[in-house]
Ligand binder design. Structure first.
Ligand code: NMX
Ligand code: MLT
Length: 435
């Protein structure tokens, strides 16, 4: 057993009594109540999920294992000559809550490499799809096709399934999946946009650097990748991709079934696809400008046109956040340091100056501030990934880290099948009449 799995085992065994005690001694303690508005309105703010991997405060934003984004970037071991931690170090941290030593990171890296062999049929499955299929379809289908590899499913059907040990098999699948998904993503990119010309894995590189290498993009795209995957990894449990993954896995479907489903949710324009929508909005805006300089007036007019057409401003608003997303800020800081004069970055900054005021005046969105998606595409664009329908695939590679850590812990803590109760409109009307 690797030291990561051994550490995880100790953490899990130490944690289990906390969950058991809460259930046995305090199971009936009320932590929330549900209003009609929440039942109809997408369960907003209803506290009914538990995760220890990350927590989202509306004003502060995300904390991964209790640490803010700047703390994560400062404290985790970095790749040599890099400004950002390795994804491997972050994976160890998400799973265990501990900052790994350099030796532990190296061990995770070695294990990661052993797990990153993508079966060749995955590429056949992707090639069998119509080439104009959205890259998220290719990613989801590629992930799903690996289901036959599942160690968890084999264990479930082995006749010796033990609830206390099930997490070990989920962990095996989860780790295989996170190691393989960047290879599949890079394959999709080169298949779809680079004449099907591929660059083999470099076994000497960490995950971020290897992804940049396979994409065919020089430094600092390795750091862009590390930053991007870490920032997109997790956003507590209620977001569509994490929640879907958790829900599907709660039926004891394996990691491949669960994450393929999660990716399908990520592909919605109100969720992860918003990063592609931001770029397409900007490109449409520039086309309409016809070479004129963007300024506050023409940006404001374009934003109002979008709102008046009944559409959302992509990259703005959030179901939980009530302030600028710190993931937006982290990427903005990267831009200010590495690409301050990029014209697209300047335009994104100009939008940031006017959009919140317009959304406030419009008066609908509860949060007028930008989210992660408003700032991520411009960095990809700058380093040459201009095929914006690929951007959500990058989100999906990052989100695998959080969701896979979560479903490993779901099994470790024995969370049951998720099955909330529904009611009818008539029942709501009756309760409304009763006050
Ligand atoms: N532009 C225009 N209208 C908006 C926006 C926006 N950016 N955000 C919210 N609204 C509207 C929303 O459509 C709703 O209108 P109506 O009453 O007509 O249905 C009203 O404001 C109230 O919505 P909220 O309660 O503020 O937002 P909700 O929690 O329902 O939805 C989002 C959250 C993120 C889905 C929403 O803000 C949105 O559609 N944003 C644009 C898409 C986007 O950037 N999504 C990415 C989110 C992050 N991610 O990566 O997943
Ligand atoms: C996410 O990262 O999942 C998004 O910000 C959406 C959310 O948290 O609801």
């Amino acid at each position: 057993t690797s030291s990561l799995k051994e550490t995880l085992k100790q953490k899990i065994e130490a944690w289990r009594p906390r969950t058991t005690r809460l259930l046995k001694e305090f199971g009936k303690v009320v932590i929330d109540q549900v209003t009609i508005e929440q039942a109809i309105g997408g369960a907003r703010d209803v506290r009914c999920l538990v995760t220890d991997i990350s927590y989202l405060d509306p004003y502060e934003g995300i904390r991964f294992r209790g640490k803010t984004i700047p703390e994560v970037f400062a404290e985790l071991p970095k790749a040599r000559g890099s400004e950002y931690p390795t994804v491997e170090a972050f994976w160890y941290f998400l799973l265990t809550g501990d900052i790994p030593t350099q030796a532990q990171v190296e061990e995770v890296m070695a294990e990661w490499k052993q797990r990153q062999n993508v079966p060749s049929y995955v590429f056949d499955v992707i090639r069998a799809l119509p080439k104009d299929s959205h890259p998220m379809v290719m990613l989801s289908a590629g992930v799903l096709s690996m289901q036959r590899e599942s160690k968890f499913t084999a264990y479930y059907h082995s006749g010796r399934y033990n609830k206390l040990q099930a997490w070990e098999y989920m962990y095996e699948d989860a780790f295989d999946l996170v190691a393989r998904i960047p290879i599949i993503a890079a394959f999709i990119y080169r298949y779809k946009y680079k004449n099907d010309q591929h660059i083999p894995i470099d076994p000497n590189l960490d995950m971020g650097a290897n992804f940049a290498h396979m994409m065919g993009i020089p430094k600092p795209y390795d750091d862009v990748s590390r930053m991007y995957f870490i920032l997109h990894s997790d956003h507590e449990s209620g977001n569509v991709s994490a929640h879907t993954t958790h829900l599907v896995a709660s039926a004891l479907s394996d990691a491949y079934y669960a994450y393929s489903a999660g990716l399908n949710g990520l592909a919605g324009p109100l969720h992860g696809l918003a990063n592609q929508e931001v770029l397409s909005w900007i490109m449409e805006f520039q086309k309409k400008l016809g070479g004129a300089e963007p300024n506050k007036e023409n940006v404001s007019k374009a934003l109002w046109d979008t709102l008046n057409a009944g559409q959302v401003i992509p990259g703005y608003g959030h179901a939980v956040l009530r302030k600028t997303d710190p993931r937006y800020t982290a990427q903005r800081e990267f831009c200010l340091k590495h690409m301050p004069d990029d014209p697209l970055f300047k335009l994104v900054s100009l939008i940031y100056e006017v959009a919140p005021g317009i959304l406030m005046e419009h008066g609908k969105a509860k949060n007028p501030w930008p989210n992660v998606d408003a700032q991520s595409g411009v960095i990809q664009w700058h380093y040459g990934v201009r095929e914006w329908d690929f951007y959500t695939v990058l989100f999906g590679v990052g989100r695998a880290l959080g969701t896979m850590a979560n479903i490993t812990w779901d099994r470790a803590l024995g969370y049951p099948i998720e099955r909330p109760k529904s009611v009818t409109t008539e029942m709501l009307e009756q309760w409304a009449a009763e006050g």
